[in-house]
Design a protein around this ligand. Structure first.
Ligand code: SAM
Length: 275
């Protein structure tokens, strides 16, 4: 990418960032940093060229980032279809809002909780997920999101799972092992793993990075397992320690000026009162 393209790309991603609702830490929403989003969007766009892609939870806004970079011609050929499934209506509405404003073709969003059955099984060729990373539940939360992704592609195709990767810590390697074993058990193999790629707006763990783990189906072996019902054990510490999933949907309080500060956020100190 030349300097000119880099500036155009950053400006487009800055629209995506401004359009994101503020993250709710109670549900592990922790957003990716802008420079990393540009690189991630280019990777995902190229990986999913001409494909139908389901994004299972996408607070980061990678689906929109891919679409705006395709619009600019920075990604030469993008996916045929992009659909975001998220339980946060603010995110669903933010996808629809920017897709409308920028006339992004083939971009959709639906309110969906991954504890429910997946509504469009087999309708996609690729899935992408950046789930709750499963530090306190040995990766069970990642497995729930990955399972929905695998259903979205009907056990045929590829999925990109974005999760923690830090060789200095023990838990990310345990989660990576669990997720890989899960995917292999369903007839998938690890097609690639790009380590320590992305940083996040996470002040208490600035160093923490995530990787792109890509799994692909092995023809004739991909299959559903009996234990794939989502039992209670999978839900313990879902969003972190003692944070079980009790909320079905986060509802939006839509307001037309979503990209401006609201009065509750600040007070004004008037000149006349200071004299
Ligand atoms: C949990 S966050 C993980 C961190 C990621 N970097 C982010 O902030 O988007 C991923 C996305 O999953 C969504 N999500 C959380 N719980 C969900 C659920 N039960 N069903 C569907 N989506 C969910 C969140 O709203 C968010 O957009």
């Amino acid at each position: 990418m030349n300097d000119d393209d880099w500036v155009r790309a950053m400006n487009a991603i800055s629209e995506v960032v401004m359009n994101r609702p503020l993250p709710l830490r109670a549900f592990d929403q922790i957003y990716m940093r802008a420079g990393d989003m540009v690189q991630q969007a280019i990777r995902v766009g190229n990986w999913a060229q001409g494909q139908k892609v389901a994004f299972i939870g996408d607070g980061d806004g990678i689906a929109l980032s891919v679409a705006v970079l395709v619009n600019l011609g920075i990604i030469k050929k993008g996916p045929e279809r992009i659909k975001v499934f998220d339980f946060d209506e603010r995110i669903v509405n933010s996808v629809r809002r920017l897709a409308n404003k920028e006339r992004l073709k083939g971009v959709e969003a639906e309110l969906y909780n991954c504890l429910d059955a997946f509504p469009e099984k087999g309708a996609f060729d690729r899935f992408y997920t950046n789930p709750p990373w499963g530090e306190s539940n040995e990766g069970n939360s990642v497995v729930v999101f990955a399972r929905r992704g695998i259903e979205a592609i009907g056990y045929r195709g590829q999925g990109m799972i974005v999760i923690a990767d830090d060789p200095e810590l023990e838990w990310p390697s345990k989660v990576l092992q669990k997720v890989q074993a899960y995917a292999i058990g369903r007839g998938f193999y690890v097609a690639s793993m790009e380590p320590m790629l992305h940083g996040y707006h996470l002040p208490e763990a600035e160093h923490l990075r995530s990787c792109n783990l890509v799994v692909g189906s092995v023809q004739g072996t991909a299959r559903m397992h009996a234990e794939d019902t989502i039992e209670e054990a999978r839900l313990t510490n879902f969003y972190g320690r003692s944070k079980e999933p009790r909320v079905k949907y986060v509802r939006d309080r839509a307001r037309p000026d979503h990209d401006r500060a609201i009065e509750q956020d600040y007070t004004l100190e008037m000149w006349e009162n200071l004299r």
